[in-house]
Design a protein around this ligand. Sequence first.
Ligand code: SF4
Ligand code: SF4
Length: 414
Amino acid sequence: MYRTYLSYKRMMEIANSGGDLYIRCAGKVGKNLAEELKKLELNITAFLDVDYQGLKYYNGIPVLAPETVYNKEKGTFFIMIAVERNDIYDAICEEYNKHGLVICEDFADFSCNADSRMMSFMDLCANKSPKEIFHTKAVERFEEMRLINPAFCKEIPDNMEIIPNLDVPLTTFCSLSCKYCSHCIPYAKPPKHFDYEQIIQDIQNIISVSFVVCLAIMGGEPFVYPDLTKLIKRYKEMKIDEKVGYTRIITNGTIVPTDDFFAEYKKLENAYIYISNYGSKSKKLTELVDKCKQHQISAYVCPETDAWLTLGDFAHKRNYTKKQIMHLFSVCDARACVQLLNGRIYSCPRIPLLNEDKLIPFSAKDYCNVRGTSSQELKNALHGYLYDTNYLDGCQYCDGQHRYSRRIPRGEQS
Ligand code: SF4
Ligand code: SF4
C-alpha cells in the first residue's frame, strides 16, 4: 500500500519521541519484523497476540493481549501489523477501527518482507523523471516480446516521445465481470462498442508524433467486438503494425474468434495473442491456443498462478494531500499503461472509463486530446502531458499499483 511511506514516518516519529512500538502478531512474519527492527536499533515494547497466555515471551520481548493498547493515550504508541493472510489483516483492521484507531496514525500494515520494504523505500526516494520511467518500461516491454519471439528486435527512436504501452479498448462489453477489473469494465454504464474507423484515426494521430512500443488491442473482451476483423484489416492497410514496436490482442480466453479474423491477424508484423488465464472461467483457452497454432500465430498464456494487485475501490475519495498524491503517482506502476479512450489519452488504465462515464468527478486535466489538433500541437501537448504531469485528479480515488498493493484472487467475479 502507498500508506507505507506515511506509516514509516509515523512509526519513526513515535519511536523518536519515546513512544511504544508494538507488533501484532507474534507469528513468523512478526518475528522476522522484530529481527529486522532490531538491526535498525529500534526497540519493540511488546508483541500483541490473542495467544499471549501461551506465548508469553519471544527473544526477551513480552507477548501481551491485543486489548493492552486500547486505553493508552493516542500518539504514544504505534502498532505494526505483521501477518501472512489478508483476511486476518482485514479482521484486525476492523477491530482497530471499532476502537477508534486510525490507519497510518496508530497502526499500519508491515506484513511484507524486508526486501520489498527496502525496494519500496528506494522507489520512494529514487525521484526518477517520467522520461526515465517510460524508458525503463519501454525496455521491459521489448524484453517481454522477446519471450514470445526471441528473434524480435526493434530500435527505440531517440527523436520521439516513447509510449511503452498503449491500451486501446474497442468495447466495454465483456464476457466476464471481474470484481477487481483494473479498467473498471463491469462498471461501464451502459457498455458500448467504439467506432473502428475513429480508433484507427486516433492511433494514427498518436503514432505520427510518438513511438508506441506495445499497442494492446483490448476490451472489455475484444472478441465480442463486431468490427474486429475490419479493424485489423485497416490496421494493416495503414501499416500501423510496422510503425509500432509490436501489437497484441488481450483476451480472457472465453471466446474463439472467426477464421476470417485469424486470416487477417496473421498478416500483421510482430503480433501475438495474449490470453489472460482465469482458470476454469477461460472456457475456450485450449481451443483458442489450438486455433493460434493452426494459423501460425504466436500466443502467450498468462500463468494462472499470477496474482492480481488491487487498486482499491473508486467509490471513496482518499483525501491525499498534494505531496501524497504526487508521491503516489510517481511510484504507481500503472501510470506507464497509457490508454486511448474516446479520442483522449490517459496516463493510467483505470481513470479513463471512470472519467468518461463520470463515475468519479470528471477532470479535463487528466487526459490529453488526440483529435482535432495539428501534429505539432499534439506533439507539444503529449510531451507536456506524459512528462510534466505530477498527478491525475482521479488518483484521489485509487490506492495505486506498487510493491505494497494487496494481492487478490485472479478474475474473481462480481
Ligand atoms: S475479463 Fe475481467 S479483467 Fe478483463 S476486461 Fe473483462 S471484466 Fe475486466
Ligand atoms: S489512478 Fe493514479 S494511482 Fe491509480 S492506477 Fe491510475 S495513475 Fe495509478
